[in-house]
Design a protein around this ligand. Structure first.
Ligand code: HQG
Length: 181
């Protein structure tokens, strides 16, 4: 998705479908959906002209498949990453035995004391691979990768859900399940 125009639209969609729908007069449903027509009209009112086909291209070519249409194609939502209060309605799933989280050195003292917290988002975001976690951490500086004993967490009753684009979500990772790798 290196095309800068697609990236710019993707960032705009992330902003309004995850964090600030009200900034362009949108209201998300409790599970995060908005009507495609309503979204396109709101974007146009705020200076971004996008056709339905253009939106489909951004969704299809998005490097992380951040957005998804519902089965009717009338609704769209972000698949994860929300800070606004939504319940995506994802079922609880058994995670892989090990998951990963990418961060940076300066957050480690707090993380190793209080565990991983969602911070501004609804849930803690975890990756299936070391490589993906390293990319996530690299957004903030030199990446540090933490390994999460998801099997033990699950055994201790922690719930996991997986987003449509393969990001693992949980409410909190206590420090005893974390290990720097
Ligand atoms: C850190 C991107 C201090 C945490 C990515 C992270 C991901 C703590 C930051 C998705 C902490 C929160 C999410 C604690 C966690 N004390 N710092 N107790 N617990 N942190 O952006 O996981 O491209 O909300 O390590 O690829 O970095 O937007 O979470 O550094 O999938 O689709 O607090 O966002 O996806 O940062 O990223 P974020 P994240 P998109």
């Amino acid at each position: 998705m290196e095309n800068p125009e697609l990236v710019a639209v993707s960032k705009r969609l992330s902003r309004h479908l995850r964090h600030a729908p009200e900034a362009i007069g949108l209201t998300l449903s409790p599970d995060g959906w908005v009507e495609v027509d309503v979204l396109l009209a709101a974007l146009e009112r705020h200076g971004l002209r996008l056709t339905r086909a253009g939106l489909e291209e951004v969704v299809a070519r998005n490097d992380k498949q951040r957005f998804a249409f519902d089965s009717t194609g009338m609704l769209i939502r972000a698949s994860q990453g929300h800070s606004v209060d939504v319940d995506l309605g994802l079922p609880v799933s058994e995670p892989p035995a090990i998951l990963f989280h990418g961060t940076v050195e300066r957050f480690l003292p707090a993380i190793l004391t209080e565990g991983l917290r969602p911070m501004k988002r609804r849930e803690v975001h975890l990756s299936r691979t070391h490589e993906t976690a390293s990319h996530v951490g690299a957004r903030r500086g030199k990446p540090i990768v933490l390994e999460i004993d998801a099997a033990a967490m699950s055994g201790a009753g922690h719930e996991f859900r997986v987003s449509e684009n393969g990001v693992w979500l949980t409410a909190h990772v206590p420090p005893r399940f974390l290990r720097r790798v």
